[in-house]
Design a protein around this ligand. Structure first.
Ligand SMILES: N[C@@H](CC1=CC(=O)C(=O)C=C1)C(=O)O
Length: 593
């Protein structure tokens, strides 16, 4: 029988992977932590058997310049800015009462636009909405780098199986309760296509995107119909509950799995499985780590099969939920896009990265992806390091604007794109990972599972940034000629019309807090330490009390850690390396000129 060493890294080593990495004993630690996988058993978790294709219109992608010109025209024409998310009508959604199991989900069919599958009332399920509470009530635990999570065998097993279950690939675990709104097809559909309402937040309002309404489709390119906030000051804050939602969905399933897996285990082992389920947090992939230049994307993200440790240390090989997502139904609105080559999104039955331009490709182009990532590794690190080069003298809203997103509205220049913003760095990665596949396009990216590891890393960088720059924030807008000009969401979202005003109180729909109100940017701030945290990096551990002087030191060590050695002056309000990018075609974007 193959066996896993089921002790956690801390137990084995007397320290956590993070503690260990801090010391200079990397080789020793790697040797101790490497999971001893010797043999494997065949997988019992299978792909869904029916995969239905859907037609779509071939359509080209708007160029960035056209997008920006259109946005400017709209900005000029609109003339006034208005708050928009105004009181949503009372919900007509009622939670079904029968339990939803994966088997139910398969029987009823599922799809991004939402099948009516009953849901048992889970802690995160209020009467009308799937509430985003994070993993509250389970203590504060670090979100780990994906490769460190893999070194925590029980947590990793629970993560993999729970993720497969959300994806509807967990046939081995009939009877797990997954609320319909928490299924991967539904969570993934929030970000971009299909431009429909998320079933976890049924509430029609005048502001909802409607593809049939000329007001949403006519200015070119048409209003963005996904919920996510791009090119605006809410880019970092909107994606925070986005990660919390998949984290809690996986966590809730992990708790059930721990019970089930350990049903026949000793009470000591059962307790360890339950502890692992409590400690499980969503992992990040640190694509700016030094090793990326030589190793590329970790195999745990690319291999189509992955080994996990079952109770008693039995090794099992299962489908890897991180390598791709197989669609049960191709979501509405998926169409073929012309990149440098054609992407057959209307026909591909699973997500792809760097794929052949044919309707039946044979898999992810991992070699091309790795080549691209390795080539870009140094500039990615620089891009991250430069996020920590602001000084303390900037105007809060201007610095926030420049840091947070690639549009940087307050600079009011035309046709620029801030590659050195957090979003700018993030854009590059979308393209480097996706190639001509799903990750490269905001409309489709949310369906590639790696999206969440990528955005968890973005959240981590955001958390580090907040920690060393607590004074910078969007506020009510930016100063200009003695006035305060509100920030806006220029191209709109599913629930924000063109040029909707954005400030700290704007709803981050569709995510609702435990009070059933929408999350706001204000509420997302400094969340670290509430139920999750991030491991120490370059001597900086978020959440510790530090003085202003220590903050300056922390910034310097982060700069250095990411390979930025020169003093870079405060650039708020000045040009800081803007470069060209093709919207939705980010492999063409350049991180540093
Ligand atoms: N549109 C970005 C890339 C990109 C951003 C996203 O947020 C996304 O989901 C997918 C792709 C660019 O032009 O480089």
């Amino acid at each position: 029988m193959p066996r896993f060493d089921l002790r956690s890294a801390r137990e084995r080593n007397g320290t956590s992977p993070t503690d260990a990495a801090r010391g200079d004993a990397r080789g020793r630690v790697a040797a101790v932590l490497a999971p001893p996988m010797r043999e494997s058993r065949p997988d019992t978790v299978q792909l869904p058997s029916t995969v239905a294709g859907a037609g779509g219109e071939a359509d080209g992608t708007a160029s960035a310049a056209a997008a920006r010109r259109a946005a400017r025209r709209v900005r000029r024409a609109t003339g006034f800015l208005r708050r928009l998310y105004a009181p949503f009508a009372a919900s007509s959604f009622s939670a079904p009462s029968s339990p939803a199991t994966l088997a139910d989900a398969h029987r009823h069919g599922r799809g991004a636009s939402g099948g009516a599958v009953g849901a048992a009332r889970l802690p995160n399920m209020a009467p009308d909405h799937y509430l985003i509470t994070g993993r509250t009530g389970t203590g504060v635990h670090d979100r780990l780098d994906i490769e460190d999570l893999q070194r925590e065998p029980r947590q990793f097993t629970l993560f993999v199986l729970a993720f497969l279950a959300l994806q509807g690939r967990g046939d081995a675990f009939e009877g797990l309760v997954v609320p319909p709104a928490a299924r991967f097809a539904e969570l993934a559909a929030i970000h971009g296509l299909p431009f429909t309402e998320w079933i976890g937040d049924h509430t029609s309002s005048d502001a909802d995107y409607d593809p049939k309404d000329p007001k949403d489709s006519q200015p070119f390119p048409s209003r963005f119909g996904g919920y996510c906030s791009h090119g605006s000051v809410a880019f970092p804050t909107w994606h925070r509950p986005c990660i919390m939602s998949i984290e809690q969905a996986i966590g809730d399933v992990a708790v059930q799995l721990a019970e089930r897996l350990s049903a026949n285990s000793s009470s000591e082992e059962a307790a360890q499985w339950k502890d692992a389920a409590r400690a499980l947090r969503f992992p990040f992939w640190d694509w700016a780590a030094e090793k990326v230049a030589t190793n590329g994307v970790p195999k745990v993200i690319t291999d189509e099969k992955v080994s996990i440790a079952m109770p008693g240390g039995v090794v099992k090989e299962v489908e890897n939920p991180l390598a791709y997502y197989p669609f049960d139904t191709i979501p509405e609105g998926f169409r073929d896009e012309v990149f440098d080559v054609k992407a057959y999104f209307s026909q591909w039955k699973r997500t792809f990265r760097y794929v052949q331009s044919t309707t039946q490709p044979d898999g992810n182009g991992n070699a091309s992806m790795n080549a691209e990532i390795k080539k870009r590794a140094a500039s990615i690190r620089q891009g991250v390091g430069r996020l920590f080069t602001y000084d303390d003298k900037g105007k809060p809203a201007l610095v926030w604007d420049e840091f947070s997103n690639h549009t940087t509205q307050s600079l009011r220049k035309e046709d620029y794109y801030n590659i050195n913003s957090l979003e700018g760095v993030h854009d590059g990665l979308h393209g480097f990972i996706g190639g001509n596949g799903h990750m490269s396009f905001p409309d489709y990216a949310g369906f590639d599972p790696v999206f969440y590891l990528h955005h968890c890393n973005i959240d981590r960088l955001f958390a580090l940034w907040e920690y060393v720059y607590p004074q910078y924030y969007m506020g009510k807008g930016y100063p200009s000629d003695g006035d305060t000009i509100p920030f806006t969401q220029s191209l709109g979202t599913y629930n924000l019309v063109y040029n909707a005003v954005l400030d700290g109180k704007t709803a981050l729909a569709p995510y609702r807090t435990e009070n059933s109100e929408y999350w706001t940017s204000d509420e997302t701030r400094f969340l670290d330490g509430k139920y999750y945290s991030y491991p120490e990096v370059a001597g900086v551990k978020i959440g510790r009390d530090i003085t202003d002087q220590q903050r300056i030191e922390a910034r310097k060590s982060l700069q250095k850690h990411y390979g930025v050695h020169d003093e870079v002056p405060s650039l708020a309000g000045q040009s800081r390396g803007f470069g060209a990018s093709s919207c939705r075609c980010s492999t063409r974007s350049v991180l540093l000129p």
